[in-house]
Ligand binder design. Sequence first.
Ligand code: NI
Ligand code: MN
Length: 225
Amino acid sequence: MKLKYFSHSAFQITADNGNVILIDPFLDGNPTSPVKSESVNADYIILTHAHGDHIGDGFKIAQRCGSTFICVNELAIYCQSKGFKAHNMHIGGGYNFDFGRVKFTIAHHGSMTPDGQYGGEPAGVIISIGNKKIYHTGDTALFYDMKLIGETNQVDFMLLPIGDNFTMGIDDAVRAAEFVKPKTAVPIHYNTFPVIVVDPAEFKNKLEAKGINCRIMNFGEEIVI
Ligand code: NI
Ligand code: MN
């Protein structure tokens, strides 16, 4: 499988079966993304929550590609109310899609849509494809149940926010990674806006001091995992 990082919380996964899955595709209004929505295609779009910097260009892309949203029930109903296809799920539940398994986890944050609708609970998501597991925490505070997530999942890639202000900052993100014990931690949700400017190298140094591998993905970089 391939994992591409656009910046902020936005990723593209190309699964072994060829399906393209986007996570939180905030591209056109995102000053740090080198890729714009017109050049992105998707079979599925996973949304961790309803904030504008996560729904992003999802509707624009789904309109063009006929993509199916995967998100918690309330947000899925919101997508369906706008005329889009969605697979309704909820926190704690998993489902086996053709490309692999998606399971939603808790996240501590908010989730109102840009037009003021209730977006349900914010979530993290664990995506299992082949023998690899990716845990995208969504926007969240540090929470102790991450320990349980780490105990019940051998996480290969943990994608977690470090930008502070809206989410965990660097020190809390280091604790989060210690709880989950991923093979590799990838910092996200930083340097997009002035209030979330931090140095990812500081995160990497602190994490490696704890014996956890960190990969700072460049904005636009794609890796084979
Ligand atoms: Ni948010
Ligand atoms: Mn956010």
